[in-house]
Design a protein around this ligand. Sequence first.
Ligand code: NCD
Length: 318
Amino acid sequence: MSPAVHDPSPQAKQSLLSIRDLARDEANALLHLAQRFVAELDKPHTKLTTLRGKSTLNMFFENSTRTRTSFELAGKMLSADVVNFTTSNSSVKKGESIRDSIETVTMMGFDALIVRHQSSGMPWQIKNWTNAAVVNAGDGAHQHPTQALLDMLTLRQHLATSDFSGMHLGIIGDILHSRVTRSLVDLFTMFGTNVTVVAPPTLLPRDMSHWHVAVAHHLDEVLQNFDVIYTIRPQQERVHEALLPYMDEYITRYSLNTARLERLDPHVVIMDAGPLIRGVQMADNVADNPRNLMNKQVRNGVAVRMAVLNTVCQGEDF
Ligand code: NCD
């Protein structure tokens, strides 16, 4: 991980804003640490003390279930003091600027601010206003680095390897609005994975020349190439035009239904960051099939966030 470009002070802490902040060996080190935390989480009544005396603030300006609760649990599992800031009952509602809010909470001495915001780039802005570590928990359609890391951890466990160079990852759905896709593409292409994104042209960015992925519009033509299939929800909250006029057609062309599941090789697994739109991204019986790794992804989310928090808050060695 590298410090942000415009550190406000020499004491500014390491942050995790984008997968692009990470070199491959840094990603591997975080995943290795996360795997050791997985083993701790499997023990009953575990609580570690590596972040005793440190404090983290969850600043979620956008809705979240999994990410916010797992950052909260991760901090608590390491004995940090964890505080939640929600926009609905903060002074942002009274007209306070985000900058003033950040400077206020910085004066309180938090070690890390965990930020989710609907605007792409907001965690970088916030980094300019604080000397706390900033962790990006999802900004607009831009980046969601801890999601990609927990997905890679899940595949390391499932495939019992950290070599993803021979693998083919297919990402299906609303690529245009998906920060999960951008972080997945950055992380897996760094590890040499072949990535294909599958979507109608209206759900793809216009210029993908720098993505280093293959692009397909017809799922049935490429389905059997994949080792891992990752579905991306139509991100209705970020869609301002009628990009999906015919949901029935989307379901016919892109949903993982029983017929498509039956065409997959036995080794192929399915992943999704959640929340899952059943009946649109996949049929109920596909969602509930043991090949769907969603529950493992959620569990690994806590361990990955423990690893990230312990690293950026400079916790005791573990
Ligand atoms: C993702 C997100 O918020 O970007 N979800 C998550 O973090 N669990 C994906 C999504 O909302 O579809």
